[in-house]
Design a protein. Structure first.
Length: 59
């Protein structure tokens, strides 16, 4: 379980840090959810990159 120490009056900063830590934890867990062969992993990565580019492309 992720832990964050809250110092004097830094509740918002502590919440941001906790949120960042938990999102990293979820990302790592998703990555290790099942095994993908290296070739398939590369295909998935390029597929996600294309999806991201399509989403962020502006004309």
């Amino acid at each position: 379980m992720p832990k964050v120490v809250v110092k004097d009056g830094e509740l918002n900063e502590a919440l941001k840090r906790f949120s960042r830590i938990t999102s990293e934890t979820r990302r790592v867990a998703k990555k290790h959810e099942y095994y993908l062969r290296p070739g398939l992993r590369a295909k998935e990565k390029s597929k996600e990159a294309r999806k991201f580019q399509k989403k962020t492309r502006s004309y």
